[in-house]
Design a protein around this ligand. Structure first.
Ligand code: HEM
Length: 489
């Protein structure tokens, strides 16, 4: 019934399923982006599966994703609703989970306005300040880089959202946000809770045996509530006292005329941490991993920085146009390893036909950003790390539109992308300027291998790895130490 519909048209090709269960056992349990990339060679750039009657469409091609998500956005912009996530109210803490419709449009209006490029640029000073603190931490305790990155991305998210400066450790809001987001992401997978696969279980009373998930959801929803409300109340209190510092919450509240926008501002502010901290953190890990595994690329970028900036100061955003190789390296890093290789899942809200294939209303659509950014036709030798692929014959860095796949498509494209790119660029450039990042060595002096395959969590991270991060020279130490007394205006 599902395979042939809408005037006898067929769904896109895909693995042959079984009666009733369909492709239940074909759904990849590990690294789906690799599996779908491989399937693409057999079935083509758009594929389908049917799991217990649920159509799943997988798109490996950038141009097809653009056609469907950009040009036919009204049909492809909703999100599947995950029962446990909604029971926990976690959908209220991350607008990426909101279904398409009037309320999403209103929330998105607030997000787009407050995170637009010119607004994002206002946060550059704060991003620079936090990136400088990270550099100081790398001098003092380089082995702990993973924790420093966590602290850094949380600090940026809380500062942008609420103008709140987090404590060095054991910060109440940070613990709250981390605990909530960890509980939320753990509940995403179909197998995490039975109710995700059998939604009507949610309608049964909590006292019945096997209903423990309802109690868990009720308890977790209290964390979610506090994560959303507590920092928001902090800003309002500061505004009442006249002590609020600039933040997305303060600035949006000052400008908002529609009283209903207050709830939307709260939603967007909470989404900054839940959608922005780990994704940016993954990319900051990629900075270190890609440099440690490609010393020759690192050297070329350092030579350019030394030539353009010299050894007397740290790089700044205004230097960007003069650093084509560094920029090409930045683009290659964002192509080579991806924080969210399968993007965020979509749900279709109307029937559609693409290239004579039928795509029914209610289909889950997965956009394989990994396959798009590793398409050998577009990026020859896709797993090689080659910044040169973005340089033209005059040595200028050329922005490739396919790279946007990293941040999604169309109406639901990541609204935080300008902020994220600003954080990553300023940090990557300062690390290149001040540190040599290398593979760590074992007790015998042999280099320790680094696994460049990332985890298959919702947000994909490198598996824990070791690298050596040492200041390039005394000038590097001086430049970083000088930031302690720097005035940020
Ligand atoms: C390297 C960092 C980041 C990556 C790779 C990333 C990636 C993505 C992707 C792939 C989507 C889904 C887009 C789609 O459905 O087509 C998304 C959505 C979203 N991102 Fe980001 N993101 C990053 C950083 C951020 C930051 C810093 C923020 C907040 C300031 C943010 C806020 C959001 C929000 C709110 C959504 C949901 C948009 C909606 O559903 O309408 N992201 N992001």
């Amino acid at each position: 019934k599902l395979l042939y519909n809408h005037k006898g048209r067929q769904l896109p090709p895909g693995p042959k399923g079984w009666p009733i269960i369909g492709n239940l056992f074909d759904v990849p349990s590990k690294h789906p982006w690799f599996v779908y990339e491989e399937w693409g060679k057999k079935y083509g750039p758009i594929m389908s599966m049917n799991v217990l009657g649920q159509p799943i469409i997988v798109v490996n091609s950038h141009s097809i994703a653009k056609e469907l998500m950009d040009r036919r956005g009204s049909k492809y912009s909703s999100r599947p609703q995950i029962p446990m996530i909604n029971l926990m109210n976690f959908n209220k803490a991350n607008m990426a989970l909101q279904p398409y419709g009037h309320e999403w449009r209103q929330t998105r209006r607030v997000a787009d306005y407050s995170l637009r490029p010119s607004a994002a640029n206002n946060y550059r000073v704060m991003q620079k300040k936090n990136s400088h603190r990270y550099l100081r931490q790398l001098i003092e305790d380089p082995a702990n880089f993973y924790n420093h990155i966590r602290h850094f991305t949380t600090a940026v998210a809380m500062d942008i959202a609420y103008g709140y400066e987090i404590a060095e450790s054991d910060d109440h809001y940070v613990i709250l946000a981390e605990t909530t987001v960890n509980k939320g992401t753990a509940a995403f997978y179909p197998a995490a809770f039975y109710v995700n696969m059998i939604p009507w279980l949610a309608r049964l009373p909590e006292w019945l045996p096997g209903m423990g998930f309802k109690k868990y959801a009720r308890e977790t929803s209290r964390f979610v509530q506090e994560m959303i409300e507590a920092p928001f109340a902090f800003v309002k209190e500061q505004m009442a006292n006249g002590t609020a510092t600039p933040s997305l919450t303060r600035d949006s509240l000052l400008e908002c005329s529609d009283p209903e926008d207050e709830g939307r501002i709260k939603y967007v502010a909470a989404s900054i941490y839940s959608a922005g901290a780990d994704t940016t953190g993954s990319s900051l890990n990629t900075v270190l991993l890609s440099l440690a595994t490609h010393p020759e690329v690192q050297k070329k970028a350092q030579d350019e920085l030394d030539r353009v900036i010299g050894r007397g100061r740290l790089p700044d955003y205004s230097d960007r146009d003069k650093l084509p190789y560094v920029d090409a390296l930045f683009q290659e890093m964002m192509r080579w390893r991806i924080a969210s290789p399968m993007g965020a899942t979509r749900l279709t809200t109307e029937d559609d036909v693409y290239d004579n294939y039928f795509i029914p209303k209610g289909s889950i659509v997965q956009l394989n950003a990994w396959a798009m950014l590793h398409d050998p036709e577009h990026f020859p030798e896709p797993d090689a790390f080659k910044p040169e692929r973005f340089l033209n014959k005059d040595g200028k860095c050329v922005e490739d539109p396919v790279l946007s796949a990293h941040f999604g498509f169309g109406r639901r494209v990541c609204p935080g992308r300008h902020l994220a790119l600003n954080t990553i660029w300023i940090t990557m450039t300062a690390i290149l300027h001040c540190f040599d990042v290398r593979r760590a060595k074992d007790a015998t002096g042999k280099e320790i291998d680094i696994n460049t395959v990332y985890s298959d969590n919702l947000i994909s991270f490198p598996y824990p790895f070791k690298c050596s991060i040492t200041p390039r020279d005394q000038a590097s130490i001086d430049m970083i130490k000088a930031t302690e007394k720097m005035e940020y205006i």
